[in-house]
Write a new protein. Sequence first.
Length: 188
Amino acid sequence: MAYGGEHAACRKQSVSPVRTSSPPRSASAAKSADLSDSRIARMCIDRGLKMTGQRRVIARVLSDAEDHPDVEELYRRASALDPKISVATVYRTVRLLEEKGILERRDFGGGRARYEATEHGRHYHLIDVDSGKVIEFEDEEHEALMHRLAKRLGFELVSLRLELFGRRLPEVGTPAKKGKTARKDETP
């Protein structure tokens, strides 16, 4: 797959401990759970958004995503759950969730915006320009350096976003062999 591919593999490398999700629910609790149980739906409700049935489906799809889907991929997944959902509804919902600070837009190249929940935790992205793979990583040393740099320039750092674009060196092994995999973008 070429650089910026729609849904390339995404692996998270961690210098510090990887965040864990909420504890697994029992099978009976999982069966009785409705769409309002998704973490994105809870974030929407906490921010006062009205949760229609279609928004709940989109929130569920976003909550379950282990990749950085674009709107077309969100539509494909959501319409598989509710065929009445239109692509326009997905676009409007994504825009609303972005405005409310629930989703963050990412640009990994390829001309399509990709999305992830803001509560995914602090991490950075390395995009392989040849394969389109997105590797997530955490790096406390890098963060400390950026804070020192901002302070030296007379600023207090309030936000940090880092997206590196690179080409894998031939002698370097794959990240999956070296670290834990936390999220992945895959071509369906």
